[in-house]
Design a protein around this ligand. Sequence first.
Ligand code: TYM
Length: 378
Amino acid sequence: MSQRFQVTPWEVTGVVDYDKLIEDFGTEKITPQLLKEIENITGGLHPLLRRGFFFSHRDLPQVLEAYKKGEGFFLYTGRGPTGHMHIGHLIPFLFVKWLQDKFKVPVIIQITDDEKFLYKEEFTLETTRKYAMENIYDIIACGFNPDLTFIFQDSEYTNYYPLAVKIAKKITLSTVKAVFGFKNETNIGLIFFPAIQAMPCFLLEKQCLIPAAIDQDPYWRIQRDVAPKLGYPKTAAIHSKFLPGLEGPTGKMSASKEQTAIYLTDNPETVKRKIIKYAFTGGQPSVAEQKKKGGNPNICTVFQWLNSLLEMDDKSIKNRESMCLSGQLLCGECKNYLSDKLIEFLSSHQQRRVEAKKHVDSFKYTGVLARELWSKKW
Ligand code: TYM
């Protein structure tokens, strides 16, 4: 019997059945054939594609077609600044950076400091703006090309407003109620917000492709409904699964549940403590049983984090998986290995983050794409 689960832009609960989600959301599976087509262009596949972490899409073949015809495309992704980013948030950005390197295309990154102010009663706009800047440092640290990347905060780059009202005019209250479950008590800022998250898809006159976890897909449904009415192409999307939290395979790592997350700003002691104390594994109750029956990497947070973020060498991850399944590997060893890998990963991220602070202006205002978008009128 399949367990109940729920995926919305604000919450993920239960053990997600991703095949069922493809059916429910009406998206398409990324097939081996499609992977081959990407590989033919890029000359290799990112591990997140190869290992099925990005698993679903909308209109990805059209994007490849536009690229092959020389029409080009652009990438759009974003972040809602509720606090420091965690390692799950980093995944779409690392993937977008890889796509930018391979396809040499523009990237637009929206920081929704308005959304999080509207959504969380306790947040002031000053708070979400402060976190917006903190998050921008982490995003720049991923290594984007400053001339091909525009990072903006909704509360600051308001040039888009005429575009947002054109989009909003085509969205009815009953549509957003049906898609997002808004109630009569929902403030009207949130009711307008889907127009703002759809808006960046219209910023450049090219096909848009959005890499993000599948929780954001409801916004793309709205965009795809409105775009033809405004004479623009429907956006394409490529969806990832969720990096699980420390607590195990239900829900997702979430910034609002501190005990589930490793933040990009965590220090080595915190990382070690959280992993040793809280990380859920797929191990057996005793060492003897583990040796006899083996563990279950499918439900193991430690394995999932290595597989999607930290162990990029295919041979090493395969080896770890088979040693776990055969009971040769104990969970304590694996936790120590993960902890060392993560500390190393975060230490180099944090060094790049310090460097990133010097380059904020290029991404927000002075890079080639930033200047183009600040001077554009709608
Ligand atoms: P936010 O800040 O909730 O999430 C930022 C990005 O991280 C993805 N994500 C995850 N990916 C893997 N594992 C997880 N546990 C996990 N948790 C979150 C999200 O899918 C997202 O890609 N409203 C948006 C901000 C936004 C946006 C966008 C996101 C504006 N425009 C365009 C993606 C694409 C938000 O609050 O994201």
